[in-house]
Design a protein around this ligand. Structure first.
Ligand code: NCD
Length: 448
């Protein structure tokens, strides 16, 4: 039995409102939300002046375990996540080997149960190599299948570039199909044009012209058409252009949507103007695009064209990020700072706290049908984040927890700070200190 925890006198941000309340936690769950609660044997945490959010659920991360653990692993990255208020994550299949079989997928759950401090779920990988096997399986057991990142190991194997594979998958898959929507053929043609002029040393600022809007929107349009044809459940990962966002219906409630999408914090935070300063550090796929796209994506998020905020946390070592346009790997770490970024937008008057909770906590739980998480409700798991809304700090090497040890945000001053993070009712993070006794749990999919 662990000691109960009583968070006193805090501002609870949940389901569209902010209320002043106490929250009592025992046996891993939220026992009671109310006024002037008492519990004689509880550890009391003052929430006075602070804001309590449901733990963030990051719907897209690359924690690199197994096989790529020189740059990240389930322990290091889950720890970084928790320091940033992320209590659950769903990890992508482009680990080594790629997660293309049931055995490898189950193995990831076994590993995470030993190593991860946060709760975990795993995408099942799907591409041209394993499509027949996938369709023999009960796909409803997966939170989702995804092709994300798999093209790194075998170029040209993106779903968007394999019409026959796509048709089969969309016709038969019984779970969410989460896709990386970029047309590789267009990108390769653009690369060739810039290569003629610059050789291998194409300046990074041309990344959005190479991995351009057209490559994204054409792929996104095709995926939507296919999902509509088969009435399939499609989720487009990491949207990067304002025009794509308009393809998604903002009027349908999330529970009724068959076609959903997300945006990553980096595409809300950085834009084209940052390439000169940060170069390869902000080379992502899909690319960081124009300032108009950045603003358009923020607008599309607040007006509900976009359903989720994720990170696509994709760490690489500094060595892997050095080199020329072609050799510097795409992706960067983000999971420790995503809530901070969104709270900075709140400070700028762009988004409300309630909307942040909706897009980062409630909606991932609804979209991936995650049982008893994502909300501050009696009986739900106590995955909670307490935030001091007025504490400045600067991202620097000595507070970055990623195994790769760097962030494109170094030098950024945030005005808010996570002070406490609870996972399954355990106080795993408190003012810079970790309690690593308890590991995270597998996310469970509910049946409705
Ligand atoms: N997003 C990235 O730029 N990189 C991802 C792969 C991917 O999502 O394409 C990675 O795994 O490094």
């Amino acid at each position: 039995m662990t000691q109960p925890i009583l968070i006193k006198d805090t501002n609870v941000v949940n389901e569209g409102i902010i209320t002043n309340a106490d929250v009592l936690i025992a046996n891993g769950r939220i026992q009671k939300i109310g006024i002037a609660l008492h519990q004689w044997d509880a550890k009391v945490i003052s929430g006075n002046g602070k804001y309590l959010f449901p733990g963030v659920i990051d719907g897209q991360v690359h924690f690199r375990d197994p096989g790529l653990t020189h740059k990240a692993d389930l322990y290091t990255e889950s720890k970084a996540a928790i320091a940033g208020g992320v209590t659950s994550f769903i990890d992508m299949p482009n680990t080594k080997p790629n997660v293309l079989t049931l055995k490898l997928w189950e193995n990831k759950y076994r590993m995470a149960a030993q190593k991860s401090l946060a709760n975990f779920g795993f995408f099942m990988g799907v591409n041209a190599d394993n499509i027949e096997d996938i369709l023999q399986m009960d796909t409803s057991q997966f939170l989702a299948v995804s092709d994300d990142g798999l093209y790194f190991t075998k170029k040209g194997n993106l779903l968007a570039d394999n019409p026959q594979v796509m048709e089969k998958l969309f016709a038969h898959c019984q779970c969410i199909i989460a896709v990386h929507a970029e047309k590789e053929a267009l990108i390769t043609a653009n690369e060739a044009v810039y290569k003629l002029q610059y050789g291998n040393d194409i300046p990074f600022k041309f990344h959005p012209q190479i991995r351009n809007e057209q490559a994204c929107i054409e792929a996104t349009r095709d995926f939507i058409a296919l999902a509509t044809k088969y009435n399939a459940r499609l989720h487009i990962l990491h949207l990067t252009t304002a025009s794509e966002a308009q393809l998604f219906d903002k009027t349908i409630p999330l529970t009724d949507k068959n076609i959903t999408t997300e945006v990553c914090v980096q595409h809300l935070w950085f834009s084209e103007k940052d390439y000169d300063r940060l170069g390869a550090f902000i080379k992502w796929n899909p690319s960081i695009k124009s300032e108009a796209d950045r603003k358009g994506l923020l607008q599309a998020l607040t007006d509900n064209h976009i359903d989720l905020v994720t990170t696509d946390h994709a760490p690489h070592t500094l060595e892997e990020k050095s080199g020329n346009y072609f050799t510097a790997l795409s992706g960067a770490p983000m999971v420790q700072h995503s809530l901070n970024i969104m709270l900075e937008f709140f400070k700028q008057g762009i988004i409300s706290l309630e909307k942040i909770a909706e897009k980062m906590c409630h909606n991932p739980a609804i979209l991936y049908q995650i049982e008893n998480r994502g909300f501050i409700r009696e009986g739900y798991y106590a995955d909670l984040v307490l935030v001091d809304m007025n504490r400045e700090w600067m991202v620097s090497k000595d507070n970055i927890l990623y195994k790769c040890g760097w962030s494109p945000l170094e030098g950024t001053v945030f005005q808010t700070k996570v002070t406490h993070t609870l996972v399954n009712g355990n106080l795993v993070y408190e003012e810079g200190h970790f309690n690593e006794d308890r590991k995270g749990k597998a996310l469970v999919k509910h049946n409705t």
